[in-house]
Design a protein around this ligand. Structure first.
Ligand code: SF4
Length: 141
């Protein structure tokens, strides 16, 4: 007997997300086009603690400053720009337990509120056929 999958949904979003699909994905949300993974001071502390590093060394090795904000660094592998913590071999996040909120909240990002073809293409966990309840529609401003 197959186990029922649990879909995640957030009010205001026109899709649901199936986290079980991550195991079939090459890690598209952690690589691809250049981008930023914004991190707070608390998230930097958690990541440094996970890696048993002091904050200064951690920042030097893994953090870049963009204007007044801090982002994880990324690598360049041809046309692919994976996050510095993305393990290409296993196709998994190497700091998963301490990953920042931006990663935890994917794919429920403001810019994804209105589902686009690109998102469906990038993320096999998107279920665009999700029908929000009437209450959710009323709250979706
Ligand atoms: S911290 Fe982990 S989950 Fe977030 S982008 Fe990097 S590899 Fe992906």
């Amino acid at each position: 007997m197959s186990q029922a999958r649990t879909l995640r949904h957030r009010p205001g979003f026109r899709f649901a997300f199936d986290p079980d699909s991550c195991s079939d994905c090459p890690g598209n949300c952690c690589r691809g086009i250049p981008g930023y993974v914004w991190v707070s001071a608390g998230e930097i502390r958690n990541l440094a603690a996970l890696l048993k590093m002091n904050i200064i060394d951690f920042k030097q090795q893994y953090i870049r400053k963009i204007d007044n904000r801090l982002s994880l660094k990324e690598r360049r592998l041809g046309d692919d720009y994976p996050c510095i913590f993305f393990d290409i071999g296993s196709r998994r996040c190497s700091v998963y337990e301490a990953r920042p909120e931006q990663c935890r909240s994917y794919p429920f990002w403001e810019e994804n509120r209105h589902l686009t073809g690109d998102l469906t293409h990038d993320c096999p966990g998107i279920r665009g056929d999700y029908k929000p309840s009437e209450d959710e529609c009323r709250n979706d401003s």
